[in-house]
Design a protein around this ligand. Structure first.
Ligand code: PA5
Length: 423
């Protein structure tokens, strides 16, 4: 499902030199004995997730989605990025699905909130509010507004169309949900936001979008089995983690996550949060950034090719997307494009990838890590996220960082609360 190719990565250290450290960190992850060990519930999640809850997720989606034009998902950070990544990767950007999924609660932009309200006000809506803490300000601001809209529209039936995903027993949101009678779904105590996409946090929105949660979890389970070894020769997630550390040691301070499919852009956003929030601490870490080629070759390509040599690329190539186009022949070759007649556009994309790889690697001296993913199915998504979870945990442990907290995020909140006059 995933093939890792480090032959273009220009690594100046041997991976095997890291074996002892990797074996130690593998134990920390699996035996819950490393930094942040309260938050490694995601490691065993593909084995021990709550089957009954997953069934309830599918049932809730089945019960509501035929009467729902738009599912409004209200959450920020780990409480929305994974669902958006999955839905776009699997269904595409303009899917022919009955239920449209819109994300709110991830901004204070009044303009955006107004645009969403305008877009949905005459449609049939469901609202899924997602917050582990139940107190995140962006989410709370939007939730109050959209809850009011639901109540104005559906009166006492609103509660049947509002679903809350939050802590199992604590917090403001859980208390409100119980009081109002919303159906609730659980964010497990030991899984942090950015490791939670295969819990109810991501699965409920996916189910509304017609994606089978069981397929996602099956993919993660197979990835669990494939990456449950400390042997660097057999574990490509750990090899990727070590390669990142080696490139960090070689002075590369930024990693550009590159895809060649616009519908993978949100996967890149999810990946940036996973690595950025996990690794960027104590003055350390590689800056995660992203680009979608060939689109961004016309914006960032110049810098990558000839600019400062601060970055390496991690290229995620999806081998089989679910549709293609044959380039047509024109009787009169008015645009001189007949040299592509009869060729698949996916082949053109692949040649763009190969040409770019050669340009960046050979002429631009930019290291490239290549990750090939079989396809963009729900199963592949589940497999891929687990690969990156494992790689991220290992990467952080190799750097001596706790991968599961985010103390730095509190700083802006404190300053903002002071300005907002919050007690
Ligand atoms: O990954 C994380 O832990 C964070 O990005 C959180 O998901 C984000 O801050 C939202 O938190 P909450 O779910 O408590 O509203």
């Amino acid at each position: 499902m995933i093939k890792l190719d480090l032959s273009h990565a220009k690594l100046q250290e041997e991976l095997s030199d890291y074996q002892a450290k990797v074996s130690e960190a593998h134990k920390w992850l699996h035996e819950k004995s490393g930094k942040g060990n309260d938050y490694v519930g995601w490691v065993e999640w593909p084995n021990n997730y709550d089957r009954e809850e997953v069934e309830r997720i599918s049932k809730a989606a089945l019960r509501l989605k035929d009467s729902t034009d738009v599912l409004v998902v209200c959450g920020i950070g780990g409480s929305y990025l994974g669902a958006r990544a999955a839905i776009e990767m699997i269904n595409g950007l303009y899917p022919h699905k009955k239920t449209e999924i819109i994300f709110v609660g991830n901004t204070f932009s009044a303009n955006y909130i107004n645009q969403v309200i305008e877009h949905i006000k005459d449609k049939e809506i469901c609202l899924n509010v997602i917050s582990k803490s139940g107190t995140t300000t962006e989410t709370s601001v939007s939730f109050r507004l959209f809850k009011a809209l639901m109540e104005e529209k559906y009166h006492d039936k609103a509660k049947e169309r509002i679903l809350a995903t939050t802590d199992k027993e604590r917090g403001t949101l859980k208390a409100l949900a119980d009081k109002e009678g919303y159906e609730t779904f659980v964010i497990p105590d030991d899984i942090g936001g950015r490791y939670s996409v295969s819990t109810a946090v991501g699965l409920l929105a996916m189910a509304f979008a017609g994606i089978d949660p069981n397929e996602v979890l099956k993919g993660s389970k197979d990835a669990y089995d494939d990456f449950n070894t400390d042997d660097l020769n057999k574990n490509s997630a750990y090899r990727y983690a070590v390669a990142r550390r080696i490139l960090d040691n070689q002075g590369y301070s930024a990693e550009m996550f590159v895809t060649y499919e616009l519908q993978m852009t949100s996967v890149a956003e999810w990946w940036k949060q996973l690595f950025g929030e996990s690794e960027g601490k104590e003055g350390k870490g590689i800056l995660p950034t992203s680009a979608c080629f060939s689109t961004d070759l016309h914006s960032l390509g110049q810098f990558i090719q000839e600019g400062r040599k601060c970055l390496f690329e991690t290229l995620l190539w999806v081998e089989h997307m679910n549709s293609d186009i044959v380039f047509p022949h024109a009787e009169v070759d008015f645009d001189n494009m007949n040299y592509l007649s009869g060729k698949n556009i996916s082949w053109v994309n692949e040649m763009a990838m190969k040409g770019t790889l050669s340009a960046h690697e050979e002429d631009g001296n930019v290291p490239n890590i290549i990750i090939k993913l079989d396809n963009n199915s729900a199963y592949a998504f589940g497999y891929m996220i687990y690969f990156f979870f494992k790689a991220c945990g290992m990467s952080c442990y190799l750097l001596g960082i706790n991968p599961f907290n985010q103390p730095g995020v509190e700083v802006y909140k404190k300053k903002m609360f002071k300005l907002l006059g919050k007690e």
